[in-house]
Design a protein around this ligand. Structure first.
Ligand code: IVH
Length: 670
C-alpha cells in the first residue's frame, strides 16, 4: 500500500470509528456489532503501526491506551478551579437568593440548576477543535497533566463536531465511575479476597492517576461536562454554553433545568432528592448557578468561591436501629470481617439488616457493643456503615465488646500482622470457608468459567470429602456426582462436561483462578503475557517481577510466597495433569467473520472438504465455539460420514439440530 492510499484508508477508518463511537456512547445506538467495530479498530492500529507518521493525535486508537506515565507533570491552570459554597438548608438557599437579588440591584435574573456529580473535576483544553490537554483540579491553581488517561474516556471527544468551533477554550466537568462499573470492580475484588473500594469517587480518582493508560481504559470511566470557559463568541448565558457543549459532542447530563424563581429551584431540589438514586452515578446535591454571564461577573467571587453559584447538599441518609450482635465472616484468604447484625431498618429505599464493621480497630473506635442503639448511614458507599453509637440509650449493664481470638469456623487462633488492620485465620488447608472460597473463586466466570457448578454443589462436594482443592474437581467420577443430593443423569453429565470444557480456558484466566493474593484479572493478564508460561513465572525473582508494568512490590512478594509453598506446586502439577493450560496460547487473529457468534458445535465423523481439525478451526474463525460433548445446550451437531450411532441418537433425543457439511458451508458463506 502506498502512503497516499494508507492516508485515505486511515481517514475513512477514523471517520467511521468516530461516528460509531459517538452513536454508541452519546446516543445509545449500536450500528455495528462489537466484532465489526473491533475489526475496524485493529485495522486502524495496524495501519498506524505501519505508517506512524500518519497517526493523528486525535486518532480513536488513543482510546485503548497503552502509554505509561511514571510521573505526571504538574501544570498551572489558566483559570483557577474554584470550589462552591455549600449548604444543607433551604433557609440558607433563600438567603443566597436575597444576596443575589441585592447584588444585581433589582435586575431580573434566572437560575440554572444542575446535579452535583460526585466524581473528579477535570479541565479539558481544546485548541482548534482538538483535545489539547486534560488536567486534574489539584490545589485549584495547579493540577496534574493526565491527558493520556483522559483520552481513554470514550465520551470525551478527541476532536469536536459541528460549526463555529471556538479557537481555544476549556471544558470543565466531572469524570466518574458509574455505579454499575464500581459494583463490577468490587465484585472482582471480593472474589480476590481483597478489601473493597470504599466508594466510586475515590476509585475514579485513583484510576485517573494510574500510570498505564491501558488499565485506565479498562475502568470505563465516563465524564459529564458542566461548564465552558474562555472567550467563546456568541455566548452570553450559561444555558447557551451548555447547549454549545452538547453541539460540540460533549456528554452533558440531561438533568439540568432553568428556573425563574427560587421556589422553582426548591421544586427541582425536591424532585431529585429521591430520583437521583436512579441515575447511573452518585450525586450528593445540586448546583445552582446564575444563568447570565454578565450578571455572574457583576456578582464576582469571594476568595474561594463564586458569589453567583451555590451547592445544596442532600443529607446522607441515615437511620437508627439496635445492634443485635456482632458476627464474623471468614473470607477465602482467611481475612476476618466483623459484621453488625441489626434490627431491620428502612434506609434509602432498602431494608438494612447488616452492616460492615471492617475490623477490630473500627469496633474500638466506635466503642460499639451488643444491644446498643446505633446510627447507620448510606452515602456514596454501597454497603451501609455504622457511623456512631447513641450513648444516651446505652444500658448501664452493657459491657465492652471483646474481639474474637479464635476463628469462628475452625477454632484456630487468629493472628494480626504488623501494619494490617485485619485479623487472619492461618488454617489455610483446614478452614472450611477458606477451602470452599478457593474453589468458588476458581470456578467463577472470569476464571475457569464452570457455570454448571455453584456454591451449593461445592458445599456438597466438600461435605462428602470429594473436593478439598480446585484440582480435585478434575478427578471427579460420574458416580461421585450422581450420588449427590439433587443430581440426576443429565445434571451429572453437564457438570462433568463443564469441568472438562474448562481445560481449554486460557492461561491468563487460569493464573487468576489460582487465587494468588493481589493477583486480580488484570494483573494475571499482565503476568501471563510477560512470562508466557507458569514455569518462567514461578522462576522469576523479585526484580524480574517488579520490572513488569503495574507490578509493585506487594504483588511481587505475594507471587514469590505462592510459588515458595510446596502445596501450591503440587496443586499446579495436579491441574497440569488434568490438562489445564499453563502457557499462553500463541494465536494470531484468524477471525474471518462473526456469523457463528454464540453458536456451539460438536464435530463428529469425516468430511469431504475439510480435515476434522480444519473444520473446527473454520468454526472458530467465524466466531463459533467447538465443544466435545452433546448436551441440551448444544446448538449444532456437525455430522460427517462414519459418525457413531450413539452420538446421533443422543443428539436426536436432546433435540439438537443436526447438520451436514453442505449446510455448514452455506452457514458460513451466507
Ligand atoms: S460548577 C466555581 N457544576 O463540585 C466552581 N461543579 O465544589 C464551579 N461539581 O470542583 C463548579 N457537579 O468538581 C459545578 N454541576 C456541577 C458540578 C460541579 C460537581 C464539583 C466540581 C467542583 C466542586 C465544587
Amino acid at each position: 500500500m502506498t502512503k497516499e492510499e494508507a492516508k485515505k484508508e486511515i481517514s475513512d477508518l477514523v471517520e467511521k470509528i468516530d461516528h460509531y463511537n459517538y452513536q454508541y456512547y452519546q446516543n445509545d445506538k449500536s450500528e455495528v456489532s462489537d466484532f465489526e467495530f473491533d475489526k475496524l479498530l485493529s485495522h486502524l492500529i495496524a495501519l498506524e503501526e505501519q505508517f506512524p507518521e500518519l497517526k493523528a493525535e486525535d486518532s480513536p486508537t488513543q482510546r485503548v491506551g497503552g502509554t505509561v506515565t511514571k510521573n505526571f507533570e504538574t501544570v498551572a491552570h489558566k483559570y483557577p478551579m474554584l470550589s462552591l459554597g455549600n449548604t444543607y438548608s433551604i433557609d440558607d438557599l433563600k438567603d443566597f437568593d436575597k444576596r443575589v437579588a441585592k447584588g444585581l440591584e433589582g435586575d431580573n435574573y434566572q437560575y440554572f440548576c444542575e446535579l452535583k456529580f460526585d466524581g473528579v473535576a477535570l479541565s479539558l483544553t481544546y485548541k482548534n477543535g482538538k483535545l489539547f490537554r486534560g488536567i486534574t483540579r489539584g490545589d485549584g491553581t495547579r493540577g496534574d497533566d493526565i491527558t493520556n488517561n483522559v483520552k481513554t474516556i470514550r465520551t470525551i471527544p478527541l476532536s469536536l463536531k459541528g460549526d463555529n468551533i471556538p479557537e481555544e477554550f476549556e471544558a470543565r466537568g466531572e469524570a466518574f465511575l458509574s455505579k454499575e462499573m464500581f459494583d463490577r470492580l468490587n465484585k472482582e475484588r471480593a472474589s480476590l479476597g481483597e478489601e473493597l473500594y470504599a466508594n466510586a469517587r475515590n476509585t475514579a480518582s485513583g484510576s485517573l492517576k494510574m500510570q498505564d493508560s491501558a488499565l485506565v481504559a479498562k475502568r470505563k470511566l465516563d465524564c459529564y461536562l458542566y461548564s465552558m470557559i474562555g472567550d467563546v463568541p456568541g455566548i452570553s448565558t450559561h444555558s447557551q454554553s451548555i447547549k454549545k457543549l452538547e453541539e460540540l459532542g460533549f456528554n452533558v447530563s440531561q438533568t439540568y433545568k432553568k428556573c425563574d424563581t427560587i421556589d422553582e429551584v426548591i421544586n427541582y431540589i425536591q424532585h431529585w432528592e429521591e430520583k437521583r438514586h436512579e441515575l447511573p452515578l452518585e450525586t450528593d446535591g445540586i448546583v445552582i448557578k446564575v444563568d447570565n454571564l454578565e450578571q455572574q461577573s457583576i456578582l464576582g467571587f469571594t476568595a474561594k468561591s463564586p458569589r453567583w453559584a451555590i451547592a445544596y447538599k442532600y443529607k446522607a441518609e441515615n437511620a437508627s436501629t439496635i445492634l443485635r450482635s456482632i458476627t464474623y465472616q471468614v473470607g477465602r484468604t482467611g481475612a476476618i470481617t466483623p459484621v453488625a447484625e441489626l434490627e431491620p431498618v428502612l434506609l434509602a429505599g432498602t431494608t438494612v439488616k447488616r452492616a460492615s464493621l471492617h475490623n477490630a480497630n473500627e469496633i474500638e473506635r466506635l466503642d460499639v457493643r451488643k444491644g446498643d442503639t446505633v446510627f447507620v448511614e448510606k452515602g456514596g458507599e454501597i454497603i451501609p456503615k455504622v457511623t456512631s453509637v447513641d450513648f444516651s440509650k446505652r444500658s448501664s449493664k452493657s459491657i465492652p465488646h471483646e474481639y474474637i481470638k479464635n476463628c469462628p469456623e475452625c477454632g484456630t487462633e487468629l493472628i494480626r500482622l504488623e501494619g494490617e488492620a485485619q485479623h487472619y485465620c492461618t488454617n489455610i488447608d483446614g478452614c472450611p470457608p477458606q477451602i470452599k472460597g478457593r474453589v468458588e473463586h476458581f470456578i467463577q466466570r472470569k476464571a475457569m468459567n464452570i457455570d454448571s457448578l455453584g456454591e451449593r454443589t461445592i458445599d456438597l462436594l466438600y461435605q462428602q470429602d470429594l473436593v478439598k482443592s480446585p484440582a480435585d474437581l478434575y478427578y471427579l467420577q460420574y458416580e461421585d456426582i450422581f450420588s449427590l443430593e439433587g443430581f440426576k443423569d443429565l445434571s451429572t453429565r453437564n457438570l462433568l462436561e463443564g469441568i472438562k470444557a474448562s481445560t481449554s480456558i486460557p492461561f491468563e484466566n487460569v493464573l487468576f483462578a489460582l487465587g494468588i493474593r493481589f493477583v486480580g484479572r488484570t494483573v494475571a493478564e499482565k503476568l501471563a503475557s510477560h512470562f508466557k508460561t507458569i514455569e518462567s513465572l514461578s522462576e522469576a525473582n523479585l526484580d524480574e517481577l517488579i520490572a513488569v508494568p503495574e507490578i509493585g512490590e506487594r504483588i511481587a512478594q505475594s507471587v514469590l510466597q505462592y510459588f515458595a509453598n510446596d502445596k501450591n506446586l503440587l496443586e499446579i502439577n495436579r491441574l497440569k495433569e488434568a490438562g489445564i493450560q499453563f502457557e499462553i496460547e500463541k494465536k494470531e487473529d484468524t477471525s474471518i467473520s462473526d456469523v457463528l457468534n454464540g453458536q456451539s458445535f460438536v464435530v463428529s465423523g469425516v468430511f469431504e472438504n475439510f480435515s476434522r481439525d480444519e473444520i473446527k478451526e473454520t468454526i472458530k474463525n467465524h466466531g463459533g465455539k467447538v465443544i466435545s460433548a452433546i448436551s441440551v445446550k448444544l446448538d449444532f451437531l456437525l455430522a460427517g460420514d462414519k459418525m457413531g450411532p450413539a452420538k446421533l441418537e443422543k443428539a436426536e433425543k436432546l433435540n439438537v439440530k443436526i447438520i451436514d457439511e453442505m449446510e455448514f458451508m452455506k452457514m458460513i458463506n451466507h
